[in-house]
Design a protein around this ligand. Structure first.
Ligand code: ATP
Ligand code: MG
Length: 437
């Protein structure tokens, strides 16, 4: 992609409505534009990152055996009257009337809708277990939308729902999602810590919020420092095998949000207790028959008797993650994307646009990298080198490939690694080899 033709409206000034660094950087890097409070348009650069996060979330859901479907954003109020949540949900729900004066709503979540689908179509115990998910926009009329996409009103969520005929089965589904979440966040370059969350009247230990540590987090959290060293990607996984040892290993040490904080238990961690601010990026929850019972979601058991389905739900804040990753990965100059979600892998910087030699070399590098499947943003603008470097640092691509007449005289180009600032001088061939490795 040539920057001269790309729609990348970077801002020089820091927008003063943005209170936290991720919001400032997303506006400055031309990733989003506010439409109204808590509602954003995603510009090309921002959308690319959103889609990459979505793809990783999807891959890990599929790997765990969850199946994707797509439910609508607009729902009928009737479903929510059945579950008893229509009145309980309060002003966070955006209520709408259609032309026939029927009550509708913009879904803030989909438990009711998926329960209705399952109760209508699944008949037998042989139709479970199942985990179904979708990645769909939600609307919650948050009292204080803020921090850009981190607390929006319209936001993209991945929500999965599990159906089982026994609590034992539901526990297995929970472990699958627990492990899938560990893997998902690790692949996104994040250390997300599973923290015990409130299970309400259901009780038990099957509710966790996945929290990343960041100074601008909205909640106070506590955890053992052991979590900071653990690597979920090192796990050798079999989703059909017994995942309870993994769950036990990841829930042994203390980790809790403020609401669940227990001073006495935390004290056992001694000097290893970390107190920090946290951002919730996911939440998994086993809630038994909370929706299936009032909504009559049953299947016939082996003896023909009806069994009320055991359910769980599992959410990931896909659009919130764009901001959360920036909170975790930036410096004074701008964003530092983890390679897995970077909008482009390489920023190609032509230090002397219009110089025959540098133009030719840039064209060649651009073409060869593209051929090898590497995504390149080529800064071919007629701009000063300083401005080009500033833009590249701001938008945070993992590698900057710098081409200038001076280097070319010696037959070399330069690669700067954004995360470390490290610079390497090498031949164009070696540069291609490195960036395609
Ligand atoms: P919070 O406590 O932050 O309001 P929640 O408990 O209401 O979150 P859930 O209902 O569990 O959130 O939704 C699942 C995920 O959706 C959350 O873990 C979070 O990542 C994301 N999410 C929730 N509300 C918002 C929002 N207003 N803007 C962006 N993402 C959100
Ligand atoms: Mg909320």
């Amino acid at each position: 992609m040539r920057l001269s033709t790309y729609f990348l409206p970077v801002l020089k000034e820091t927008p003063n409505e943005a209170q936290i660094v991720s919001h400032r950087l997303m506006l400055r890097a031309g990733m989003i534009r506010q439409s109204s409070a808590g509602i954003y348009s995603w510009l090309p650069l921002g959308l690319k990152v959103l889609r990459k996060i979505e793809a990783i979330v999807r891959e890990e859901q599929n790997r765990a055996g969850a199946q994707e479907l797509l439910m609508p954003t607009i729902q009928s109020a009737e479903l929510w009257q059945e579950s008893g949540r229509y009145d309980a949900y309060g002003p966070e729900m955006l209520r709408i009337r259609d032309r026939h004066d029927r009550e509708m709503l913009y879904g803030p979540t989909n438990e009711e809708q998926i329960t209705e689908i399952f109760r209508g179509l699944a008949k037998s115990y042989r139709d479970v277990p199942k985990i179904l998910y979708h990645i769909q926009w939600k609307f919650r009329d948050e009292i204080r939308p803020r921090f850009g996409v981190m607390r929006g009103r319209e936001f993209l969520m991945k929500d999965s729902y599990s159906f089982d005929v026994s609590a034992e089965g539901a526990r297995k589904a929970y472990f699958k999602m627990f492990v899938a979440y560990l893997r998902t966040f690790a692949r996104l370059g994040l250390k997300a810590i599973p923290m015990r969350a409130d299970t309400g009247p259901i009780g038990g230990d099957l509710s966790h919020e996945f929290i990343i540590l960041a100074e601008t987090g909205e909640s106070q959290v506590f955890c053992h420092k052991s979590f900071l060293e653990k690597d979920p990607l090192a796990l050798d996984l079999d989703y059909e095998g017994d995942l309870s040892p993994v769950f036990e290993d990841w829930t042994r040490d203390y980790a809790a949000t403020e609401e669940m904080h227990d001073e006495a238990k935390a004290a056992e961690a001694g000097d290893d207790l970390v107190t920090a601010r946290g951002i919730e990026v996911g939440h998994i929850f086993y809630f038994g028959t909370k929706y299936s019972k009032p909504m009559g979601a049953v299947v016939a058991g082996p003896d023909g008797q009806p069994i009320t389905l055991e359910m769980g739900s599992y959410g990931i804040g896909v659009s919130r993650l764009v901001g959360a990753i920036i909170e975790a990965c930036h410096d004074d100059a701008g964003i530092i994307w983890p390679e897995s979600v970077a909008p482009f892998k390489v920023g190609l910087v032509n230090l002397k646009q219009g110089d025959e030699g540098t133009d030719a070399m840039c064209d060649r590098l651009n073409a060869e990298l593209a051929k090898a499947g590497v995504e390149v943003l080529y800064d071919d603008r007629d701009e000063r080198a300083g401005a080009k470097f500033a833009t590249m640092d701001l938008i945070g691509l993992p590698y900057q490939l710098v081409v200038g007449p001076k280097g070319l005289k010696d037959g070399v180009v330069e690669i700067k690694t954004r995360a470390t600032g490290e610079r390497e001088t090498l031949t164009p061939e070696a540069a291609i080899a490195k960036l395609t490795a």
